[in-house]
Design a protein around this ligand. Structure first.
Ligand code: NAP
Length: 294
């Protein structure tokens, strides 16, 4: 039976470690890390995500600033606000919560962020530096997965890693990170997507499977070999009459049957999900300590 990778626990551990470091920075009279977040409009899910990020900052002793802008904010207004944050020496890093209203070009906004403050790791410069194995801010979900592999001492060197999904925020960066000459890393990577033919032929050969396609319980036991390491990134919310809330969260992996064959597996919820906030806080600490750009 597989070892369950406890993302909630690791995320809490990381946050405790950061809290201790912040306390010692404060005791020495150093600058307290300061994260800002811009939220445009009032999308319910975005409110929840930003709220959780601000709360996590407070808990570990970071300073945080939440900038709320109305739905009607123009692209020019938002770029002006971003310029202010870029030039504010008090702010170490900031995020612009996505998605943005339709009338704003997201890519333009991502590129307006000063790469030195790009704690979401979405700026093309951050992505390029990641590909070149230079110090950078890694995007939250892939950074979280790397932390899980590292903290569970999962050997990756020389392994065959199959990634399902090639999005800019998960699959593609994950394939880059696993192939880098780094630890974790040094895998032989196969990046698969919706045009991949005979996907099962690849998944059956995987030592490590990173599943990020957004289809509930897609990966079944007949698609994996014994001893595989499975990282399930998917989160799909489906109606359920068995829960109080009226819905249930599903990963991209048929958990029970795959867990029976795997050596390590992340559950949903409680696996990759809780790691994203820890990643953002790690990036903000790096920004504050000028570890990426000296
Ligand atoms: P996305 O942008 O929708 O990308 C999905 C990818 O899966 C695409 O590259 C797509 O291929 C590929 N795909 C779709 N059907 C496939 C199939 N049958 N076989 C192989 N590949 C297939 O999704 P995303 O943003 O990466 O998110 C993926 C899942 O992770 C979602 O459930 C999302 O909610 C979840 N997620 C979780 C976290 C977390 O913190 N746990 C963070 C981010 C996302 P094409 O490129 O060819 O279309």
């Amino acid at each position: 039976m597989a070892t369950i990778i406890d993302g909630k626990l690791i995320s809490e551990q990381i946050q405790n470690e950061i809290a201790i470091e912040v306390q010692s920075i404060a005791e020495q009279g150093g600058k307290i890390p300061h994260l800002a977040a811009i939220l445009v409009g009032s999308d319910g899910a975005s409110e929840t995500y930003v709220g959780a990020k601000v709360k996590a900052c407070e808990k570990i002793g970071f300073e945080s600033t939440l900038i709320r802008l109305p739905e009607s904010t123009t692209e020019e207004d938002l770029i002006r606000k971003i310029g202010e944050l870029n030039n504010d020496p008090g702010i170490d890093g900031y995020i612009v919560q996505l998605p943005l209203p339709k009338h704003i070009n997201e890519q333009k906004i991502i590129e307006a962020v000063d790469p030195k403050k790009d704690v979401d790791g979405f700026h093309p410069q951050s992505v390029g530096r990641m590909a070149l194995n230079l110090p950078t801010y890694l995007p939250a979900t892939p950074y979280g997965i790397i932390q899980l592999l590292e903290r569970y001492n999962i050997e990756t060197s020389g392994k065959h890693c199959v990634v399902i999904g090639r999005s800019n925020i998960v699959g593609s960066p994950m394939s880059i990170l696993m192939a880098r000459n780094a630890a974790p890393g040094n895998c032989t990577v196969t990046l698969t997507h919706s045009r991949t033919k005979n996907l099962k032929e690849f998944t059956l050969k995987a030592d490590i499977l990173i599943v990020a396609l957004g289809k509930a319980e897609f990966l079944t036991a007949d698609m994996v070999k014994d001893g595989v390491v499975v990282i399930d990134v998917g989160i799909t919310r489906l109606p359920s009459d068995k829960t109080k809330s009226g819905y249930k969260l599903f990963g991209d992996v048929k958990y029970d049957e795959v867990a029976a064959k795997a050596s390590f597996i992340t559950p949903v919820p409680g696996g990759v999900g809780p790691m994203t906030i820890a990643s953002l806080l790690m990036n903000t600490l790096k920004a504050s300590k000028k570890e990426v750009y000296r």
